[in-house]
Design a protein around this ligand. Structure first.
Ligand SMILES: Nc1nc2c(c(=O)[nH]1)N[C@H]1C(S)=C(S)[C@@H](COP(=O)(O)O)O[C@H]1N2
Ligand SMILES: [Mo]
Length: 319
C-alpha cells in the first residue's frame, strides 16, 4: 500500500480543518431535520480499501466534544505503537508499508456467535459514527481526535455473550515480519488489553476504523482499534485480531510490564499520580511548546457518563 506522507501532500489536496468543520455542521443540520441522531435503520459499515479512502455514510454522534480537533498531521505523526518502534515519530515512519488487508478478527470465549470473520464482514452489521473525543495519554499529553467507529456495545450484543462473560479481552496482530518492533522484546507480545463487560458496553466505547472521515492510518491502528476516551491511551489497543469474552480478568500488556505503574482500570484521574510523574495536568499536542499546561479532568471529562461504573471502588487502589 502506498501512502503519501503528510509532508508530500500539497496543502490544496487536503481538506482543510475549517472546510471539514463546515461540512460537519452541514451534515449536522441535515440530521437534526431528519429526526433522531441515534435511531433509524442500520446503514451497514463499509470501509473501502486504499490510501486515505473516504468512509461513506458516517453519522454524527451526540457524544462528540465541541473542542477543536487536532490537525490530521498531529494525529498521524505523534503516536505510540511499539510494534513499529518506541519513539513518537517511529509509527509514522515504520508503518507506511504495512498491509492491513486481508484482515480477520476472531471472536471467541463465552458467547453464542463466535468464529473468525473477515474484517469487512465483522463490521458490516454496524453503523459508522464520528466521535470527536478528548484523548489523554498516560504520559500527560492529550489530543482531540475525530474518530470514526462502531459502537462496541453493538458489537458485544451482536455476538451474544453468555452470563459467564464478565470481561472482554483484545489482542493485536503478532507478526514480527510485518511489525518490526516485535523483533525486540520491549513488551510481552502480542499487545493485549481488556475491559469489564460494563465498560465495553458503555455507549462511549467504540472500535474505531477511521479518523477525519477517512480509513484508519496504519500508525493509528489500521484497520481497527479500541477507543475508550475516559481511560489512558494505552487501553486503546491497535490492530485488533482477537476479541475474547472471558470469565476471569484478562492480563493486559502494560500491567504485565510494570504492574506498579499501570493498572487494569487506567481511568484518567488527576488525583492519582503515576509513581514517576504527576497526572494533575497535561500538554495538549499542537498548542505550541510554550502553551500553558491544562488541568486534567476526572475521567478525562466523561464522568457524567462513566463515574457510576466505579461506585464503591477505591480508585487509588484500582488505578
Ligand atoms: N498494539 C498497540 N496498541 C497501542 C499501543 C501500542 O504500543 N501497541 N500504544 C498505546 C498508547 S500508549 C497510546 S497513548 C495510544 C496512542 O494512540 P494514537 O497513536 O492513535 O494517538 O495507542 C495505544 N495502543
Ligand atoms: Mo499512552
Amino acid at each position: 500500500m502506498l501512502i503519501k506522507k503528510p509532508a508530500d501532500i500539497r496543502p490544496s489536496e487536503i481538506t482543510s480543518e475549517s472546510n471539514y468543520l463546515d461540512r460537519r455542521q452541514f451534515i449536522g443540520a441535515g440530521s437534526i431535520a431528519g429526526a433522531s441522531l441515534l435511531a433509524g435503520p442500520a446503514l451497514g459499515a463499509i470501509v473501502p480499501e486504499g490510501d486515505r479512502a473516504q468512509l461513506p455514510d458516517v453519522r454524527k454522534s451526540p457524544f462528540s466534544t465541541s473542542e477543536k480537533p487536532n490537525s490530521y498531521e498531529d494525529i498521524t505523526t505523534y503516536n505510540n505503537y511499539y510494534e513499529f518502534g518506541t519513539g513518537k515519530g517511529d509509527p509514522f515512519r515504520n508503518a507506511q508499508d504495512f498491509e492491513a488487508r486481508p484482515w480477520s478478527v476472531t471472536v471467541d470465549g463465552h458467547a453464542a456467535k463466535t468464529g473468525t470473520f473477515d474484517f469487512d464482514d465483522f463490521i458490516k452489521p454496524f453503523d459508522l459514527e464520528e466521535r470527536i473525543y478528548r484523548m489523554r495519554c498516560v504520559e500527560a499529553w492529550s489530543m482531540v481526535i475525530p474518530w470514526v467507529g462502531i459502537s462496541l456495545a453493538d458489537v458485544v450484543r451482536h455476538h451474544q455473550p453468555t452470563s459467564k462473560a464478565k470481561y472482554v479481552a483484545f489482542e493485536t496482530l503478532h507478526d514480527p515480519k510485518r511489525m518490526p518492533g516485535q523483533r525486540r522484546r520491549v513488551l510481552d507480545w502480542p499487545y493485549r488489553e481488556g475491559l469489564t463487560i460494563a465498560e465495553a458496553t458503555n455507549p462511549l466505547t467504540i472500535l474505531a476504523v477511521g479518523v477525519y472521515g477517512e480509513a484508519m492510518p496504519n500508525q493509528n491502528g489500521a484497520p481497527i482499534r479500541l477507543v475508550v476516551p475516559w481511560k489512558y491511551g494505552f487501553k486503546g489497543i491497535k490492530g485488533i485480531v482477537r476479541i475474547s469474552f472471558t470469565e476471569k480478568r484478562p492480563q493486559v500488556s502494560w500491567n504485565i510490564s510494570a504492574p506498579h505503574e499501570y493498572g487494569f482500570y487506567a481511568n484518567v484521574n488527576p488525583e492519582v499520580d503515576h509513581p514517576r510523574w504527576s497526572q494533575a495536568s497535561e500538554r495538549r499536542i499542537g498548542s505550541g511548546l510554550f502553551a500553558a499546561r491544562i488541568p486534567t479532568q476526572m475521567f478525562n471529562g466523561y464522568g457524567d457518563q462513566v463515574a457510576h461504573l466505579y461506585d464503591g471502588l477505591d480508585l487509588r487502589k484500582n488505578y
